[in-house]
Unconditional design. Sequence first.
Length: 425
Amino acid sequence: MEYKRSSALFAEAQKVIPGGVNSPVRAFKGVGGTPIFIKEAKGAYLTDEDGNQFIDYINSWGPMILGHAYEPVVNAVIEKTKKGTSFGTPTALETEIAELAVSMVPNIDMIRFVNSGTEACMSAIRLARGYTKRDKIIKFSGCYHGHSDSFLIAAGSGLSTFGVPNSPGVTQGTAKDTLLAQYNDADNVRELFEANKGEIAAVIIEPVAGNMGCVPPKAGFLEAIRQICTENNALLIFDEVMTGFRLAKGGAQAVFGIKADIVCFGKVIGGGLPVGAFAAREEIMAHLAPLGPVYQAGTLSGNPLAMAAGYEMLKALNNDPEVYTRLEEKTAYLEKGIKEALKGKVPFTVNRLGSMISVFFAENPVYDFETAKAADNPYFKTFFHSLLNQGIYIAPSSYETWFLTDALTYEDLDKSIEAIAKVEF
Ligand code: KE4
């Protein structure tokens, strides 16, 4: 494949945009080479500026669960645009999408819309801190909740239970209130609560991790975290920016039958436009301004275009619950094909839950950040570029999950499996 146009565009972009991208993972730093510039997309397919076509397994990092340029979303946004794009006032559509989301997701009474997953998670921990009047939070190594300061934290050294900044610009003052735990290790969470009695406001978790590659929870892990939070009067925050409306209509809460106290959304809920949200039972949400003292705001929160896109997306998913069965079957088919294609060639393991799937080039099972790190190796780079050159676009990092779209046909899946079988390591 030729990437001449993308290369030229990348050179231009780097002169005026840091790294040539508006979000770091797009720069292909994890795999090397030049990022491809996409010109247009439809259904399961991307077309880049050189006219190359790709089967898309990223789908804008999750939102395009029904395929790119999904007609009802496109038409709704066009019609809405003609009536004005933003008013900074309440609109009826915000109530309609809020009512629909509340009807689809268990255990929430109210929802507040924002413009990104970062904003949703940042606001959720502020709400949890305001509600519990405690300062500390627990997050898990390898989980990502957006780029607000409290989350850009690495594990502290040795026995220290509090975190250290993992980005310049994050202060020690912020880092000391974020504790790091190992994913799938409930005892580690218990130890942190023991060492910080009465000080922890919340545990925030990706119920199925997707930012160290796809790492599902071990049996009983989420139940244990739920119980520990309840015993310690701390809130359990499910970051469902990836899993929300993807794993099921009701997201991970519905899949695992676990009640979180606050749930964060992004990606699918916006149908491809900038939308995040956080939701909880009324007793918690009543603490939010203007009702309560916990401040949170946004000029374009709930704007008409994003709400139009999100509403059409949620309506489509709500009216066709079979979509989740189709996605389960397609992703299981792909998983089987990947295993057959790679068997005996390289050390690998595949993690999957629903339509989230990752291939790790590691001998052993991957169940947390430490074991995921073992898979960040040259095999992945070879795999990525070989597939790209065969017209298959997967995430340009072994720390990302693939997101399937229902627009994929079994012919697309077979083509993808054949391409995987042709990779030469
Ligand atoms: P945004 O602020 O990027 O909309 O959402 C942050 C976020 C929060 N929580 C989870 C579980 C997430 O996966 C994300 C964002 N995911 C990344 C993919 N690893 C988005 C891609 C990017 O950073 O460009």
